[in-house]
Design a protein around this ligand. Structure first.
Ligand SMILES: [Zn+2]
Length: 268
């Protein structure tokens, strides 16, 4: 498994100013390459970090907030080799795929037709991409239909999407080897509908994965120092936790076995 973070910004100010990049992250596992939450600048960051988007086999959108989807259509054009080849799978929450009263469908009918398959997922529903089973998890977020994902293949990776911790959340991530959490704020600050470090600690202590990667940071988080917050989680839970950086490339298994220095590298 390999994960590439195209961006780690979460809060509006960080995204507006690109103090940190946005653009989501890419999972490579079991022969599939899945772009999760291709937000603003995903295309440009992929180029910057040497990611070939023509290799993508799927795109997954957790919810219809712009920081999670704005580059989707151009990423579909890349995945289909400039619209020349009908290929790839798109999965997303209901608002992203179909729209709703407060949200519009984020991908045009033209772009949907370029895909081999697309589907709206609600919590609890599963879709296969190759041999990987992707199950949607519920979130507690302002985008009320937002979802997270559990990717089950040779390893299991959970991604909680945007949202605050809620009682029983851990149930949905049972058995995950690794977790990616969107931790907008440090433990000293709270913002309803988003996770802070203290809530992340709560979830991690119950799921007990082998490794946690935190990302999607807001301004207060960056000021507090994501590395410090990650270290605090690690001390509190005993679970290896790292703060992702823009362009970071990580093989979680090797990182755990041989040390993060060699196997988790921020590039360029
Ligand atoms: Zn959101």
């Amino acid at each position: 498994m390999k994960i590439t973070f195209l961006g780690t910004a979460g809060g509006r100010i960080l995204i507006m100013t690109q103090m940190r990049a946005s653009g989501g992250w890419i999972l490579e596992m079991d022969g599939e390459t899945i772009h999760v939450d291709p937000g603003p600048g995903a295309l440009v960051r992929a180029k910057q970090y040497g990611v070939d988007l023509r290799k993508l086999t799927a795109i997954a959108i957790s919810h219809a907030h712009p920081d999670h989807y704005t580059d989707t259509e151009i990423i579909i054009e890349s995945m289909t080799n400039g619209t020349r080849k009908k290929r790839g799978i798109l999965l997303g929450n209901e608002h992203a795929i179909k729209g709703g009263s407060d949200y519009r469908q984020v991908v045009s009918p033209f772009h949907l037709r370029l895909l081999e398959k697309y589907r709206a997922l609600e919590p609890g529903k599963m879709m296969k991409v190759g041999s990987i089973e992707i199950t949607a998890t519920p979130t507690k977020h302002r985008e009320e239909k937002g979802i997270g994902f559990v990717f089950r293949g040779s390893k299991t990776l959970g991604y909680a999407g945007d949202g605050e911790y809620f009682a029983g959340m851990e149930r949905h991530f049972e058995g995950c080897d690794y977790l990616i959490l969107n931790v907008l704020r440090p433990r000293s600050a709270n913002w309803p509908g988003h996770m802070n470090t203290a809530q992340a600690k709560e979830l991690i202590s119950k799921v007990r994965p082998k490794l946690v990667m935190i990302q999607h940071f807001g301004m207060l988080m960056v000021k507090a120092g994501p590395e410090k917050e990650a270290k605090w989680i690690e001390e509190q839970t005993g679970v290896r936790t790292i703060a992702a950086t823009d362009g970071m490339n990580i093989d979680p298994e090797k990182a755990l076995a041989y040390g993060l220095g060699k196997w988790a590298s921020g590039k360029k």
